[in-house]
Ligand binder design. Sequence first.
Ligand code: ZN
Ligand code: ZN
Length: 243
Amino acid sequence: MDRIKWDYHTHTVYSHGKGSIEDNVKVAVKKGLTRIAISDHGPGHISYGIKRAKIKEMRKDIESIKHKYPEIEILLGVEANVINRSGALDITDEEWELFDIVMAGYHYGAFGEKPGHDFGIHAKNLVMNSFRTSTPKIKAENTDLMVKAVYENDLLAITHPGAKYDIYIAEVAKACAEKGVWMEINNSHPFLTAQTIAESAEYDVTFVIGSDAHVPHKVGNCERAVERLNESGVDRSRVINLL
Ligand SMILES: [Zn+2]
Ligand SMILES: [Zn+2]
């Protein structure tokens, strides 16, 4: 059975997951992971972002349980939202300091401080994605947004590239390769797809598998991601956390 050694992408009740931080850690330990990040949704999302005031509490939670689980490293991460066309994220510099790792993804519904300005791109993606269609214009806009996010921020990884928004994957992969940002093969969303894994692998990118678990028992899961990796024909040594 395929296994990952770390899971950087897990959610808890602090955003819209079902379990506590400790619930996720317990499952991770049981599955033999040596590192887990709690990476709830960035605070800019209108319905399921973490509350800014709670970030410090999350840090405290983690510090208070660390001694119980010496076999695993527990990190505080975040799946920040790219909120506008400049590639800005929904976390402040001050908040950034509280996290061990920062990943970024695209989700509708994270509008930033000037909601009117960037509402259009979210609305277009929501409609396009519902009809499973796209246009070259919106694809180019989305690509630009994510490439800027990669260059403008010190990210560890970008989550589920291509889910919820259509992008020119080669341009995003090129940026990730240049900046040393990992591209996630997400176990809960069908992105990266086998096709986009293969296209991204043309560049010197590192892949990471994330369970994107929203319930504790799914922490560490990787089967569906590995299936797509195998289908892509890309060597598994390109995935940093696959055993
Ligand atoms: Zn996500
Ligand atoms: Zn997620």
